[in-house]
Ligand binder design. Sequence first.
Ligand code: ADP
Ligand code: ADP
Length: 226
Amino acid sequence: MIRMNDVTMVYDNGTRAVNKANLRIDEGEFVFLVGASGSGKTTMIKLLTAEVRPTEGRVLVNNYNIGEMKKRQIPYLRRTLGVVFQDFRLINSKTVYENVAFAMRTIGAKGKAIKERVPYVLDLVGLSEKAHEKPLNLSGGEQQRVAIARALVNNPRLIIADEPTGNLDPARSLELMTLFEKINELGTTVLIVTHEKGLVDEFEKRVVVIDKGEVISDQTGGYYQL
Ligand code: ADP
Ligand code: ADP
């Protein structure tokens, strides 16, 4: 599903954001990617979504070779991924329902499929009641769940969330992680980027720690030390 072999990513200004990183994530796993601010977490995610390409080494995501794929293949890679952005990126003029339905329309889904699938994912994230609200009438946690519903609606093999609990209080953060756990149990591979140690420790999951662009620890069981 994800393979990083000796991956280095150097930005144009010379910053070495990822340094000889190795990472393997298999189908069905639930993985936390943790590290201090500036350690290279976002760059790792950008490598997986082909927003940036590796300077050295090989990145494979759902059988796409990120370093070698053609630009026109990138949309196909992204269809296999559900990405939840830190800033949600919802369309504020559209309802919750329409935000999620829109993601299906952009890949050419038919009306019937949309009418079946959207209510299902809204129910999964606990937002059925809010289907006709606009995002700005929702709490931060609810907006976050709309973003998750949208990431899930096309049934991606892998869902990636970048600091999904950034704006949430501890109780809501725990709820959200429990939701990701449920999504994982339904068969989707989950990769969550976070710097919230306390939250990670609540879950007995695999934790990959990066520091200065290097994978310095990779173990299962929750607790991690920077
Ligand atoms: P994190 O997500 O863990 O905070 P990032 O991947 O955003 O880490 O950043 C890793 C390093 O790369 C940092 O030193 C950061 O300043 C640098 N960096 C991030 N984006 C860019 C960019 N577009 N150009 C140059 N340097 C960048
Ligand atoms: P269409 O004209 O595309 O067939 P409908 O007339 O069925 O769509 O629906 C009109 C609007 O009602 C849609 O744009 C959507 O916002 C909303 N809607 C449709 N189905 C549902 C549903 N199951 N749950 C919530 N909202 C829905």
